[in-house]
Design a protein around this ligand. Structure first.
Ligand code: ATP
Ligand code: MG
Length: 288
């Protein structure tokens, strides 16, 4: 287990996270955009170098999970954090409504197929957490899942959260570093971003009527998020609730948290055995 990185945005592991108290805007003393951009560039450059060492070492994989309400800036944050990292070392999966093949399996199956292998960074744009978020808020979606038994009341969500907790613990034990980001946008900022999507020609394609329907369910979503974060933020797979109303602050904060976590791991180039060293010297001689 890595040494734990302290951040004011880390969701505590004792169930005390309250959505109503979580900040959606950056602190008063936040630096100017130019300085934030410089910090982001520094973090991304370090992430690139950590990833190449991770690849050489071939022991750890990094899984980054992003969840948020619509228009919180998942896509932009993923782009900002990965632009500058070797594309051969990264993969991004966006999880949409499950296909019929996916519905033929348990709810973790499709994401297991998309996990990063050792040495790589895998990003989940949405994830198996949708199963305790969108499905919880719209339980009619359960019908297509053909479960043999649906427990009464909240028991199904408690079971799913337990499965997720166990799954992430299993991943962590086997070398996948799991970091999860909830991009916490305010309802008002979402309204402004939807309006701007509707007003600008090149943004209209991003808007869907379904987004408005989900906005109506805002309070139900916040309740589902609060419970999901409390039940699954653990030392082996922490959640961070990042204020998302200022995009530059959000992107820089996410990038710096990732780098701080990787720094605390024993990521280093593999040791070369003495016998291999001699062989390498011989090979160098042959190339002269
Ligand atoms: P954008 O920010 O570009 O709109 P998006 O992630 O919202 O990207 P969409 O294609 O608009 O992508 O929406 C994907 C939809 O799929 C979301 O409404 C999400 O809730 C839904 N979805 C994802 N996983 C599941 C799931 N397991 N069950 C039901 N719906 C799901
Ligand atoms: Mg969408």
């Amino acid at each position: 287990m890595s040494e734990l990185f302290e951040s004011p945005y880390r969701v505590p592991f004792d169930g005390s996270f309250r959505m109503a108290r979580a900040s959606t805007s950056p602190p008063e003393d936040t630096e100017r955009k130019k300085d934030l951009k410089q910090r982001l560039a520094d973090a991304v450059s370090e992430l690139d170098s950590l990833q190449s060492t991770m690849y050489a070492q071939d022991r750890y994989a990094l899984l980054l999970v992003f969840q948020a309400m619509d228009a919180a800036g998942k896509d932009g944050t993923i782009r900002a954090v990965l632009t500058g990292v070797n594309p051969a070392g990264c993969q991004v999966f966006s999880f949409k409504q499950p296909s019929s093949l996916e519905l033929d399996h348990d709810f973790l199956w499709r994401s297991v197929c998309a996990l990063p292998e050792r040495g790589r960074i895998g990003v989940f744009n949405r994830s198996y957490y949708e199963e305790v978020l969108v499905v919880r808020v719209n339980p009619e979606l359960l019908a297509s899942q053909r479960l043999p038994h649906v427990p009464e009341g909240n028991a199904l969500w408690a079971e799913r959260l337990e499965s997720i907790r166990d799954h992430e613990r299993h991943l962590a034990r086997n070398g996948t570093v799991v970091l999860k980001f909830f991009l916490n946008v305010s309802r008002e900022e979402q309204r402004q971003r939807f309006l701007s999507r509707l007003k600008e020609d090149h943004k209209q394609w991003k808007f869907s009527a379904a987004d408005l329907r989900e906005r109506v369910n805002w309070d139900d979503y916040m309740h589902a998020y609060e419970e999901a974060l409390n039940e699954t933020s653990r030392a082996w797979a922490p959640w961070y609730a990042i204020p998302a109303d200022d995009k530059h602050f959000m992107r820089t904060t996410v990038a710096e948290i990732i780098v701080a976590h990787l720094r605390s791991l024993d990521i280093d180039y593999p040791e070369i055995a003495e016998s291999d060293r001699q062989r390498i010297a011989e090979l160098q001689g042959l190339l002269k």
